[in-house]
Design a protein around this ligand. Sequence first.
Ligand code: NAP
Length: 325
Amino acid sequence: MRTLLATRPDQNAPPVFNITESDTLPTGNTTIAVEYSGINYKDALAVTNRAPILRSFPMVPGIDLAGTITATHDPRWQIGDHVVIAGRGIGERRSGGYSTMTCQSGDILTRLPAGLTLADAMAIGTAGITAAMSVTAIMRAGIAPSERPVLVTGASGGVGMHAIALLAQQGFTVTAVTGRPALADDLRRCGAKMVIGRDEIAGDKPLERERWAAVVDTVGGPVGSAAIRTTAYGGVVTLCGHAGGAELDLTVYPLILRGIQLIGIESVNGPQAQVDAAWNFVATHWDRTRLAHMIHSIMLADVPDACVAMLNGERIGRTIVTLAQ
Ligand SMILES: NC(=O)c1ccc[n+]([C@@H]2O[C@H](COP(=O)([O-])OP(=O)(O)OC[C@H]3O[C@@H](n4cnc5c(N)ncnc54)[C@H](OP(=O)(O)O)[C@@H]3O)[C@@H](O)[C@H]2O)c1
């Protein structure tokens, strides 16, 4: 099998990443021929050594995978089943998706939802699952489509583009915030009605003009803080990311004077049933045509450069990694 492997020859040095040929599979009751993986922000942090995502070495990074079962001792699964994993600790605590073969526990597999190809599943991946969890959290909190828009930050990223498409598909009016105004037409094709720059929601008052019925914030930092300060009375803000900074610059006023709810989204470690529900939601509402221009494919050897480019803000949308030879 062909693998992007992280090793740490010296405990005091950062891990190194090499493409290797190997016949040593990780432990697990189900063997999977991996056809596709993807690149998420967390993968980019791992492969560039920007954050300690990989917990032990040697380790195969890649927090998503999609493939076909070639052997299993788990009675719930059969040879030939198409399966996906998004998160669940792969590419962090156990071997991940940047390998043509893997072994995983049957407990963390999701059956490929009807209507999706394996490549579609990786165009969705952890980013799409996180977007689905964010959108469904907003709907469960009682926000329904109205004149007032829902704001999506980090709009041209993987979570952002899926959130825009899912919200638009549910009938919400979406405003997208981006640091790359040249992508405005691309974001409109995803489903955004309005596209604004990051500086257009700036402002440092504890409460700014009420603008959003809800927010899917994927970036935190100054943009996430400004989004919360501009959310309308009774609004809901989901927070899942820190691409723009881990700190929030806030007072309690948006919460105690406007009744705004902040909802944290965590897609990796929750119950498997919650993950399966998110897959079903996104599969049911997945609109290939809205997002096709935001999805790009690369080969395994291209992963390190693509990870650097992602953190430099040079990639858009979702990147699928093709593993099948
Ligand atoms: N909690 C969870 O379970 C979970 C799951 C998946 C992802 N996440 C997090 O969600 C975030 C997005 O993930 P992703 O896979 O969508 O990453 P991504 O594809 O790299 O997208 C991130 C986007 O954030 C925006 N951005 C980058 N730097 C920024 C800055 N300094 N200030 C404001 N915006 C900035 C950019 O969009 P524009 O150029 O359009 O502004 C960029 O495209 C990451 O922080 C990731 O760790 C969390």
